[in-house]
Structures are given as C-alpha cells and as structure tokens.
Ligand binder design. Sequence first.
Ligand SMILES: C[S@@+](CC[C@H](N)C(=O)[O-])C[C@H]1O[C@@H](n2cnc3c(N)ncnc32)[C@H](O)[C@@H]1O
Length: 269
Amino acid sequence: MTYSELYLYAKSRLTDYEALCLMEDIFDIDRRGLALYGNEMPESETDFMKAIEKRLAGIPLQYATGKAYFMGRQYFVGEGVLIPRDDTEVAVTECINSMKGTERVIDLCSGSGIIAVTLAKEFLKAEVYAVELENKAYEYLERNVRYHGADVKLIHDSIFNENCVEGEFDIIISNPPYIISDVIPILQKEVQFEPKTALDGGNDGLDFYRCIADKWVKKLKKDGKIILEIGEEQAEDVSELLKMQGITQISVVKDIQNLNRVVFGTKQN
Ligand SMILES: C[S@@+](CC[C@H](N)C(=O)[O-])C[C@H]1O[C@@H](n2cnc3c(N)ncnc32)[C@H](O)[C@@H]1O
C-alpha cells in the first residue's frame, strides 16, 4: 500500500490522531509529508500493521510505536518502563528554574530517563545522576541517555540503598511510584499495561517518600533543594515527611489543572 492508503486504513480502525501518530513515529511522515509523498510506498509495512493491532488490543499508543515525547525530546519506551507524563514537566520546570547550571543533581527512580536527560541536556556543566532498579526500565534509561548523548551517570540499584552513590547533592529530584497498592487494579485499562513496579507506592502510597525523607535528605548539601512529584492528595503527608527531616521553605506547586503536583523544599542545615 502507499503511505496515503496506509493512513486511510489506520484511520478506518483507529482515531485520526492515532493514525497520524503512527504515520509520524513509524514512517516519519506527517500531514505535510502525506501530501508530498502520499503516493509512494514504504519499504515495509509490517511494523505499522503490528502497531495498529497492538493499539486495537488496548496497548498504549506509545508502546505500540515505541516512542514517547517529553519537553520537546523523543524517548524510546516499551513494556517494562513507565510512559512519560506531561505532569512531570511541573517538577522539571521547577528544577530548571532553581538551577544555576553547575549543580550535582540526582534523579531517583529514573525510568525512561526523561528527568535526568532533560537536566543534563539543558545544563551541560551539571553533574547528573540517575538511579533505577528495574532491569527493563534501566535498559530504556541507558538507551535514552545514549540516544541523546547526555552526560548522565547511571546507577542500577534500589533507592532503598542510599549507599549506591557517594557524596552530597545540591538537588534531589524524583517522580517515584506513588499509587496506593489497592487502587492500581481499578486504574484505567491502558495503565494496566504499565509496570506495577513503576506505580506501586505501598499501602498508603507513601513508601518511596518515606525512603527519600529518611535516607536521602541527609545526602543533600546545606541549602540543597528537594523536588518531588506527588499524587494530588499527597501534598500534606509528603510535606510533613520532609519537615521531620529538616526541610524548610516547603511549597506545593500545582499543575495546569490546578491539582497539587510537586512538593519543593530546601535543606536548612
Ligand atoms: C513513576 S515511575 C517514574 C519514571 C520517570 N522518572 C518518569 O517520570 O517518567 C517510577 C520509577 O521508579 C522505579 N523504581 C521502582 N522501585 C525502585 C527502587 N526501589 N529503586 C529505584 N527505582 C525504582 C520504577 O521502575 C520506575 O521506573
């Protein structure tokens, strides 16, 4: 089939938006490209057809194409790694706004690497670390760091082992798993394809925040910043956990839907 025929076929089975995403991600052809090259044929249509079937089976679009986007950059994703969410822009923007550019920064629970890669690419002189435990997610992290030529030091370990990296940091940033275990089975169907290990924050959703407060705040330098993405109802609990470890000037940042999305604080001494 020609590109135009493939697009029309995809559109007959999926939404127009999804058909266009598949055209772009698999053939690198957008609407304008369709007008210019629509009568030409790709070398192979196998991946395109497979992606349509995956999407029809309920598999998220990003897993079907193998690509996702975050703050203007493309990342490889697939089953075993969390699909980047636009929500995470709030934490990354706060971090960028607070940086001079030479800081030692650590991204805990790095997943596909969107946070660490963005910071390393925006601040070439910063020393950026990324910690990820799960094998599949770590593979994507490595691949994305390599793809972007980002200077990120990778640590394949659990954040529950705070000794996996030495020294103190100017900034700790994290989007950890934070969903209450019992809630996971009732999340929408597409989320069920994502790894439970990326979502599950334990019985009250706070396991990882407790770990970060107890084990990582002591690795922050004086005046160091901590920036944590949170679930919309976790601002008070997470703020309290940080306060108990000597974090001050705590603020809660909202996303564009006016939901609490980030807890930001400073270590006093
Ligand atoms: C909510 S996802 C966030 C991924 C990425 N930071 C993002 O914003 O898209 C949480 C990540 O934590 C990882 N993870 C789970 N348990 C971990 C642990 N004990 N130590 C390090 N990473 C862990 C998961 O594999 C997953 O990649």
